[in-house]
Design a protein around this ligand. Structure first.
Ligand SMILES: Nc1ncnc2c1ncn2[C@@H]1O[C@H](COP(=O)(O)OP(=O)(O)O)[C@@H](O)[C@H]1O
Ligand SMILES: [Mg+2]
Length: 351
């Protein structure tokens, strides 16, 4: 649906409520279209230089030894490029990758059949690996360490254990919650890499790269504006770029400039530092109802009508990264910077 306002056609953007939630990949055409946006080679993967440097040694060494790569654990917030990196590793190694996720593996038999079907040096990518059931994890221990699994055949006193040899494969695990991974599993990874939020320069490069892949003409000021609003996260940057592109197509703009981008972001309710209505609602509710805190997560959830998990995973990390909120043992506190950003007078609220 489109509406007309000041002679500018407006896409029905209000229905697109979850623009800043990098967790949501099925919410729009992102997932499919991102197939073209995902870099395929390490050299096209922007930023995360430390991780790239270490990985390239790991890959080169495995190639020289002509052996399988060490098991790798990738962790970091949603949308920072874990899945992309796993694919790149497979491409660089020239091996097949089998993709699954923690919650998708229900039974021990599921994981056994996946692993036994791998070929030498293949990669098994398990997304959301923190959500694996303990019984499944147990199978992985021997698979990762000894490249073997123990199968129980039969039931009751007559049951026999049989050891099955596996090809030397590589497990790549990805998680947003490293603390929820049991230490026996964590210890079996030869390498662990943390993906960081991107700086503006790198996010801007990602916006420009995506624009050129999608054949979008955009001024450098406009791409910088998108970069600033993208919560330092590539998935959100790409999503905003596509919404701005839609806005330009509908309004028949040949090139996206700063002005169009500003208008579009405004319609989406996203401000110049990337906060959306929900972020601002969380901040202002704590200020209005609790004088800026400290206040507990469950209370924030109750006063804002947002789920605790969403607050913790989607909103808080970015609010804290911007220094608008702090976590203390007594609860969450809103900082003076947030008061300034929202234009609320701090003096009245100071204790
Ligand atoms: N370093 C990067 N350089 C360029 N594009 C990136 C980079 N990291 C992520 N992206 C883009 O962001 C999207 C989300 O990344 P993804 O790997 O799916 O994140 P995650 O698995 O960590 O949630 C990808 O489709 C890709 O287009
Ligand atoms: Mg992913």
């Amino acid at each position: 649906m489109t509406i007309k306002k000041n002679n500018i056609e407006i896409l029905n953007v209000s229905a697109d409520r979850n623009l800043v939630d990098a967790n949501l990949i099925q919410s729009d055409s992102d997932n499919f279209n991102d197939l073209n946006l995902r870099p395929q080679k390490l050299e096209d993967y922007i930023g995360q230089n430390e991780v790239k440097k270490n990985l390239s040694y790991l890959i080169k060494s495995a190639k020289i030894r002509n052996e399988n790569l060490d098991h790798i654990l990738l962790y970091g917030a949603p949308g920072l490029g874990k899945t992309t990196l796993a694919n790149i590793i497979a491409v660089e190694m020239g091996v097949n990758v089998r993709v699954t996720s923690g919650p998708a593996i229900e039974k021990q038999g599921d994981i056994a059949s996946i692993i036994t079907n791998l070929k030498e040096n293949d990669i098994l990518f398990i997304d959301e690996i923190h959500r694996l059931k303990p019984a499944i994890e147990e199978i992985l221990y021997s698979a990762m360490e000894d490249f073997a699994i123990d199968l129980i055949i039969g039931k009751g006193p007559g049951a026999k254990s049989m050891r099955l040899k596996l090809p030397r494969f590589t497990l790549i695990g990805a998680t947003t919650k490293i603390s929820q991974i049991s230490s026996p599993l964590r210890d079996r990874f030869g390498a662990m890499y943390k993906l960081m939020f991107y700086d503006i320069k790198d996010i801007n490069k990602i916006v420009q790269r995506s624009a050129s892949l999608l054949n979008i003409k955009i001024t450098s000021e406009a791409s910088l504006l998108i970069a600033h609003s993208s919560r330092s996260t590539p998935r959100i940057a790409n999503r905003l770029l596509k919404r701005v592109r839609d806005f330009a197509i509908v309004n028949k703009f040949d090139e996206i400039d700063q002005n169009h981008t500003k208008k579009c972001l405004e319609l989406l309710g996203i401000d110049e530092i990337g906060l959306d209505d929900s972020d601002r609602h969380i901040l202002s509710s704590i200020i209005e109802k609790f004088n800026g805190g400290p206040v507990g997560l469950s209370t924030i959830s109750a006063i804002t009508n947002e789920e605790e998990e969403t607050i913790e995973e989607v909103y808080e990390p970015y609010l804290m990264q911007l220094g608008l909120m702090e976590r203390t043992p007594r609860g969450r506190i809103i900082t003076s910077k947030a008061y300034q950003h929202l234009g609320i007078n701090l003096i009245k609220n100071e204790k």
